[in-house]
Design a protein around this ligand. Structure first.
Ligand SMILES: [Zn+2]
Ligand SMILES: [Zn+2]
Ligand SMILES: [Zn+2]
Length: 451
């Protein structure tokens, strides 16, 4: 879905012209004669299905087959340009219908104005069709939008009857506006009897959040009870694109590491989160884009980035305190019936060879600025193995409470990036670590590769 981004180079003017220019291929879709009456347009179909044509009168390919072929055609273009959809749509009215449906299957809007243009286009199609026909926004399976666009009056989720995946970026919100924005997007305005979101919506992605907290999770859980894949992230707000000052500033504008200031430890965090997510009885894959390392890690990193002596100092401290290290391991398990985070057994997955994280070996080559994930000092100071164990402990605790879960992922400065699926590049995807859950013989187990 991320790869078919032909909407990217498709600005508002394009949309405007599509909606208003009367001789466009789209507006003709529903006024053209049926394919049976247009012999001259049957050339292509004859080549594809010559046999059927000699035996039976109708020359139409089943729409599913045309649809299937069309998807191959449209997806074969890596730049996803609109040209292919357009030329395909000129063949006949059946093809135009397929093209239109394909065009609407995934839409990306940048502003409330653009959403309004799509909505107007939808209603102009509705007016040309029989009541109850699926048209326009009814075809949308994936909708990608910034939070401010979905606040407008034209945002009406019930029009998106087939919406499966909703992706919202909260980059324009912050501490002040996140909660009110969430309310406006997710709660129906005074019509409690109408279901606001379609039940087919099973995947929700929200990126660039200011904070992942209990009110946010409760809002999501009440608005999308049938969600299966939930992706929430804020750690990508740590900005390494400019200078150290900007990096430092961005680190104070997002709650990237809620421990210990918002939750004193992982038990507090997982208890609160699991309780809030309880209504999601079909949740299988959960991503929480926050760091489970202490908040201090980022603060210390900003302090030591320009002091090379710090590394030696840290080195000494780290090695002198090695004796009292907590249990570690890369497979954690506990009894299925266990409700508290005690009695965890730690073992080592011998086949997990890629456990070592990828932090920089040569400090001189590091980009300016860089996050703790590339920093040798942080790896030592932040005790990578302790953090990685903590990530598994948190995963195990959530897996124990939310029985439908199959994977849980977090943002991490110490990720090994080995089994990360590369088709989901949403949020802080480079710094993601995933725990896979196995439920067998009365025990719940987690590890960093599929079982
Ligand atoms: Zn192309
Ligand atoms: Zn800067
Ligand atoms: Zn550092």
């Amino acid at each position: 879905m991320e790869s078919s981004d032909f909407e990217d180079d498709f600005d508002e003017d394009d949309l405007e012209s599509l909606v208003h220019s009367s001789p466009s291929a789209y507006t003709h879709t529903f006024t053209s004669p049926a394919p049976e009456q247009r012999e001259s347009h049957h050339k292509d179909i004859r080549v594809l299905a010559a046999d059927q044509i000699t035996h039976i009168k109708t020359s139409q390919l089943p729409i599913e087959v045309v649809d299937y072929i069309a998807s191959f055609l449209f997806d074969s273009c890596s730049s996803g340009c609109f040209f292919h959809v357009h030329s395909f749509s000129l063949v006949c009215s059946q093809f135009r219908h397929v093209a239109l449906r394909h065009y609407f299957s995934s839409i990306r809007v940048a502003s409330a104005k653009q959403l309004a243009a799509y909505t107007n286009f939808h209603f102009s199609l509705v007016s040309r069709n029989a009541p109850g026909d699926s048209v326009g926004l009814n075809y949308v399976k994936t909708l990608i939008a910034p939070s401010h666009a979905l606040e407008a009056a034209s945002w009406s989720p019930s029009l998106y009857r087939n919406l499966k995946h909703l992706m919202i970026s909260f980059s324009s919100d912050g501490r002040q506006s996140q909660t009110t924005r969430l309310k406006r997007i997710f709660s129906p305005p005074g019509i409690p009897l109408v279901p606001w979101f379609p039940p087919q919506l099973t995947s929700l992605t929200m990126t660039k959040l200011w904070r992942i907290d209990v009110p946010l999770l409760k809002t999501v859980a009440s608005a999308f009870p049938s969600v299966k894949v939930l992706h929430l992230s804020c750690s990508e707000q740590l900005d390494v694109s400019c200078c150290w000052t900007c990096f430092e500033e961005s680190s104070t504008a997002v709650v990237h590491s809620p421990i210990p200031n918002y939750f004193s430890d992982i038990t507090k965090l997982t208890d609160n989160f699991a309780d809030s997510l309880e209504p999601l009885t079909q949740l299988t894959d959960l991503h929480l884009g926050i760091f489970l390392s202490d908040e201090e890690l980022v603060e210390k990193h900003i302090e030591h980035y320009d002091t090379p002596l710090e590394f030696d100092h840290t080195h000494r401290i780290a090695f002198s305190s090695k004796a009292a290290s907590p249990p570690t391991g890369n497979i954690l398990s506990q009894l299925e019936t266990e409700t508290t985070t005690g009695h965890i057994s730690y073992s080592v997955d011998q086949d997990d060879k890629k456990e070592e994280s990828h932090s920089g070996t040569c400090t001189e080559d590091l980009p300016f600025p860089h996050g703790p994930e590339l920093c040798r000092t942080c790896k030592l100071f932040g005790s990578a193995s302790k953090v990685r164990t903590r990530e598994l402990e948190a995963s195990l605790a959530l897996a124990g409470k939310i029985k439908t879960l199959r994977t849980i992922s977090w943002s991490s400065f110490f990720t090994s990036q080995v089994f990360e699926p590369d088709d989901n590049k949403a949020g802080d995807w480079l710094r993601r670590t995933t725990a896979y859950i196995l439920r067998a013989n009365g025990r719940v187990r987690v590890r960093r590769r599929p079982w």
